[in-house]
Design a protein around this ligand. Structure first.
Ligand SMILES: O=c1[nH]c(=O)c2[nH]c(=O)[nH]c2[nH]1
Length: 289
């Protein structure tokens, strides 16, 4: 029985760059964290310590900063520029995967109007993108993480399977809360990624709000279906939805009735509901995402 090198990749993870656009009196800010992962003819470095095909992770980090000098733009486009560069410029590199996370900043509203050069970090929802480049082409995905949503009603959960360990009470009315992690794959690398991102975020949010839910699984499908129905340019969407449990607190020891008003917002453990909503004719994905 032989021992062989399996799948491998390497790169610089979490290059955190902030770019200030000073072209106008009103400055603009981009705050993006980029992870590069390269693979290709890298057997010699693993088997013999021969580094000739290794573009250093340090150079990868420098490339991210250098490319930012020309502007970042939509993170999908920045990822495409980087992925294409690594594959085109390094003969040994056959595949580049670039993952990006953008932290939004809001311009501060001063008493005299929008502040020209002052910003406040905005919320917990981050925009994400993942790009894969090879000699055969590219694939682009967009996403978001940490979009925290809560419905105070219109959520039931009952009729589930039972075994000797099942103690959960059925409910006809509960709080339903989650922090959405969504990734969607575009059919083409050309697109208006900013407009598409804003609309997908809106659709995920409104589908969550407007779906009368009998399970978070059902809500997941409704959210994905709404996105695919409105966006023919998207091939599939993957959703990861933690069930952020809210348990009614028993106030009876204090002689107080809890009329579905006071909850314990549990931190962990949490249910984790994950699924893909896809088109039945979607081409297979080039990358592991
Ligand atoms: O929407 C839900 N789906 C489940 O699978 C589940 N399991 C559980 O304990 N609570 C819930 N809620």
């Amino acid at each position: 029985m032989g021992i062989v090198l399996g799948d491998n990749r390497y790169g610089k993870a979490e290059v955190h760059l902030v770019r200030v656009d000073r072209a106008a009196d009103r400055h603009a800010l981009a705050d993006v964290t980029v992870s590069v992962s390269l693979s290709g003819e890298l057997a010699d470095v693993h088997l013999r310590g021969d580094n000739r095909n290794v573009l250093t992770t340090d150079a990868q980090k420098n490339t991210v900063f250098a490319f930012a000098a020309d502007g970042v733009g939509q993170i999908e486009e920045f990822g495409l520029r980087l992925a294409r560069h690594f594959v085109a410029s390094q003969p040994a590199i056959r595949r580049a995967v670039v993952r990006l996370t953008e932290q939004p900043w809001d311009r501060i509203e001063g008493d005299g109007g929008p502040a020209p050069h002052s910003f406040a970090r905005n919320g917990t929802c981050l925009r994400t993108a993942q790009v894969c480049g090879t000699a055969d082409g590219v694939e682009v995905g967009s996403g978001l993480t940490g979009l925290t949503l809560l419905n105070t009603t219109d959520s039931e959960f009952w009729g589930f399977a039972r075994d000797r360990y099942t103690t959960l009470a059925e409910t006809r009315d509960r709080v339903l809360a989650t922090a959405v992690d969504a990734r969607w794959r575009h059919r083409s690398a050309d697109g208006d990624f900013g407009t598409s991102y804003r609309d997908v975020r809106r659709l995920l949010t409104t589908a969550f709000a407007e779906t009368y839910s009998y399970s978070l699984q059902q809500t997941l499908y409704a959210m994905g279906e709404r996105v695919l129905a409105a966006h023919p340019e998207i091939a599939e969407i993957r959703l990861s939805l933690p069930n952020k449990h809210h348990f009614l607190v028993d106030l009876s020891p204090h002689g107080i009735e809890n009329a579905d008003t006071v909850y314990y917002a549990a931190d962990r453990p949490y249910g984790l509901i994950e699924g893909t909503v896809t088109r039945d004719d979607a081409a297979p994905s080039m990358m592991d995402w």
